[in-house]
Design a protein around this ligand. Structure first.
Ligand code: NOJ
Length: 556
């Protein structure tokens, strides 16, 4: 694979509503991000991905866009965004935006026109269908619960389709005119000097045109829509056209959200003929729940996780580039998800996880607060949750027969709100995020876990991330850690061990994923210890003894 500039980036994901509130209205904003650029520069990242900041009624916190060309006033103005791009550039930080083109808001002009007038060309921008015998056209369940079909007001038997909430009608990608409108919009944004896009739910754009009922798989008598509107053959035709009409014309970086993609289909997403620069592979991300339902927890093992992780790396390496991540705004905090022994949640757990994913082959993404080792919260009632999906999953859990307390426990472990709590800048009122009551409750532990405490402490999770980034970006190991091949190494079931090789250099990453001491036989001698999350390293004969959740990066 030819070297590309975007392979060198380290991306930091910002959830703008919760990053920093510069005007003290309780909601984070664009100028707040600008004010914190020096913090990000110090950390060492080179690119920011901002979740949607466009005009939106905020049914799904901005993933329901009512105007692609304008900024939501809660976040600021177009001028604020221009200033952010400029100030970031001064610090050599690039910016990518979120591109949400599977659906719009129902308050988008196109949809409003489509509802108003059956003769309007905008009708065909969305998916409208007649119901069957007094029922919706199919029995599909939307991602946020309930039918994927919503009845059109004042029409006898007409429904529109939505994969997510009913306020997020899906666009009809079968319509070439609609596609051209989207491409023009994408190009307008690229002209403004952004470095590219994170592309939302893009594997939903093709629907199974037969519109058949699926097998019922829940007490709601519905069938998950995934088999009918996600990763459907024909997707690659849209991808091809979009790439040629937009991304190919710019030297931009694109990263696709790609949940549930099988490896034989990865070539449409990445590599020489793929649509995007890189992809988020979720095949090992949702290991702890079945079918992304929070009330269906799975008892996973490190061995399974390792197998999935290695498969992802080796399959993607065959043709393209990946985007390793541990967290995002849809995931709970990784320490709670992946470190089973709470005793290690403070330092060794988060730093071991960081080492494990950060040196995988790909462009690493860090989600805000991950660099502080932020943890999940504890809520006691459903009213304390904001997320539309948390409410939907709560309802479904009750329908499936769980008690309220059990449903809340599922949400405490897995709700998307866990990663959306305001960023804890310091141990002050509202964590220094705002002087106003934030839009969503803080995570109470901000007194202990906050940026100010960690930036000043050389033994903090933050300091570890800083060091880890410097090693990837600026050390003599740069080429190996960025361009090197990935090779899995055999080890104990609870140790994740792999190597990266480039030219004559070999770097090995060893992570003890358990609260037990483990030993590992060394077949070659260690030339240098590049990174260690413990102070020391222990040997016994030719065995390396690993402490609980110890991680090492060594040169052989
Ligand atoms: C994926 C986004 O990451 C998520 O937050 C959103 O709810 C859905 N796509 C719908 O846009």
């Amino acid at each position: 694979m030819n070297k590309k500039w975007w392979q060198n980036e380290v991306v930091y994901q910002i959830y703008p509503k919760s990053f920093f509130d510069s005007n003290n209205d309780g909601i984070g904003d664009i100028y707040g991000i600008t004010q914190k650029l020096d913090y990000l520069k110090e950390l060492g990242i080179t690119m920011i991905w901002i979740c949607p900041i466009y005009q939106s009624p905020m049914d799904d916190n901005g993933y329901d866009i009512s105007d692609y060309e304008n900024i939501h006033p809660d976040f600021g103005t177009k001028e604020d965004l221009e200033q952010l791009i400029l100030e970031a550039k001064k610090r050599n930080i690039k910016l990518i935006m979120d591109l949400v083109i599977n659906h719009t808001s129902d308050e988008h002009f196109w949809f409003q026109q489509a509802l108003k007038d059956s003769k309007s060309p905008y009708r065909n921008y969305y998916i409208f269908k007649e119901g069957k015998d007094g029922h919706p056209p199919t029995n599909w369940r939307s991602v946020f619960g309930g039918s994927t079909w919503e009845k059109v007001p004042h029409e006898d038997n007409l429904y529109y389709f939505h994969s997510f909430s009913k306020k997020q009608p899906d666009l009809n990608w079968e319509n070439p005119q609609m596609r051209q409108e989207l491409y023009a919009m994408i190009n307008r944004w690229l002209e403004k000097g952004i470095a590219g896009f994170r592309v939302d739910a893009i594997n939903f754009i093709k629907k199974d045109q037969r519109f058949l009922d699926g097998d019922i798989d829940g007490s709601d008598q519905l069938s998950s829509c995934f088999d009918y509107c996600r990763n459907i053959p024909g997707l690659e035709v849209f991808f091809d056209e979009m790439r040629k009409e937009t991304f190919d014309k710019y030297d931009c970086m694109t990263v696709s959200e790609a949940v549930g993609v099988d490896y034989p289909n990865v070539h449409s997403f990445i590599g020489e003929h793929g649509c995007f620069s890189m992809m988020f592979d979720f095949n090992y991300t949702n290991i702890d729940v079945e079918n992304e339902d929070v009330f269906k927890p799975l008892n996973w093992s490190v061995k399974e996780y390792k197998e999935l992780l290695f498969k992802s790396q080796t399959e993607i390496q065959k043709l393209g580039w990946s985007a390793p991540f541990l967290e995002n705004h849809d995931q709970p905090r990784c320490v709670n998800k992946l470190i089973k022994d709470k005793k290690y949640h403070d330092y060794y757990g988060p730093t071991m996880l960081a080492t494990m994913y950060f040196y995988l082959r790909g462009t690493p993404f860090i989600y805000q607060g991950q660099e502080l080792g932020m943890l999940n919260f504890k809520r006691t009632s459903i009213e304390e949750f904001d997320d539309i999906n948390a409410h939907a999953q709560y309802q479904r859990a009750l329908e499936e027969g769980f008690r309220k307390e059990e449903a809340i426990e599922f949400l405490n472990n897995r709700s998307r709100d866990n990663s959306r709590t305001p960023f804890p800048w310091k141990d002050d009122l509202y964590g220094g995020f705002s002087k106003h009551q934030p839009w969503i409750l803080m995570n109470e532990n901000y007194h202990k876990i906050n940026a100010m405490a960690q930036v000043q402490n050389p033994k903090s999770v933050y300091a570890y991330y800083q060091k880890m980034i410097t090693i990837r970006q600026q050390s003599e190991y740069h080429d190996t850690l960025v361009y090197g091949t990935f090779e899995p190494l055999e080890s104990d079931d609870e140790i994740i061990c792999y190597k990266r090789c480039y030219a004559k250099q070999t770097v090995v990453v060893i992570c003890n994923f358990s609260s037990q001491k483990k030993s590992i036989k060394m077949r070659s001698s260690i030339k240098k210890i590049i990174l260690n999350n413990y102070r020391d390293i222990w040997f016994k004969e030719c065995h390396l003894i690993l402490n609980p959740y110890q991680s090492l990066v060594i040169e052989l």
